[in-house]
Design a protein around this ligand. Structure first.
Ligand SMILES: Cc1cc2nc3c(=O)[nH]c(=O)nc-3n(C[C@H](O)[C@H](O)[C@H](O)COP(=O)(O)OP(=O)(O)OC[C@H]3O[C@@H](n4cnc5c(N)ncnc54)[C@H](O)[C@@H]3O)c2cc1C
Length: 128
């Protein structure tokens, strides 16, 4: 057992303190949030703004980082699509510590490989 544990290498990161809504941009129908924000808190934050965020996997305690890493869907995905269809940009930290921004508050960004879509659904294996 001891040997098995020492062979396992990895880093555990907690994003629970990064749980803020940075911006709700009603003009552009976009929001900027931190990865530890739960879906439940995000749904509450947009109440009364007239905005609707369709992705709704069964667990409202899931975090934004988690649902993006899992490319979560839920029943509404049948009509609106999975979370991939609602992520316009990500700021990610790579394994070597490089911080990079993919996409942004743009409806169209088609230059080069879609690294944004590579990150979405990558289960934390490529970046955080
Ligand atoms: C009751 C229930 C019902 C569900 N129903 C559905 C459903 O209908 N449809 C559906 O698609 N899913 C469903 N799910 C799955 C759900 O979408 C995922 O469990 C959830 O999105 C994971 O989010 P989390 O914050 O709990 O992430 P965690 O479970 O903590 O992490 C999930 C993965 O994402 C990675 N990760 C987490 N945060 C980050 C980050 N900031 N950066 C990089 N990687 C990260 C982790 O390493 C891990 O690999 C359901 C889950 C539950 C418990």
């Amino acid at each position: 057992m001891r040997r098995l544990c020492s062979d396992v290498r990895g880093i555990v990161l907690s994003f629970t303190a990064m749980n803020k809504v940075v911006e709700i941009d009603t003009d552009n129908l976009m929001a900027v949030v931190e990865p530890g924000l739960t879906l439940q808190d995000f749904y509450k934050a947009i109440e009364g703004t007239g905005l609707f965020f369709p992705p709704h996997p069964g667990d409202e305690g899931a975090t934004m980082g988690g649902v993006i890493a899992a490319n979560a869907g839920g029943a509404r995905a049948v009509k609106y699509g999975v979370i991939r269809n609602f992520v316009r940009g990500l700021e990610v930290v790579l394994a070597d510590g490089t911080v990079t921004t993919l996409g942004g508050k743009l409806m169209k960004s088609s230059t080069g490989y879609s690294l944004l879509n590579l990150m979405i659904g990558s289960e934390g294996t490529l970046a955080s």
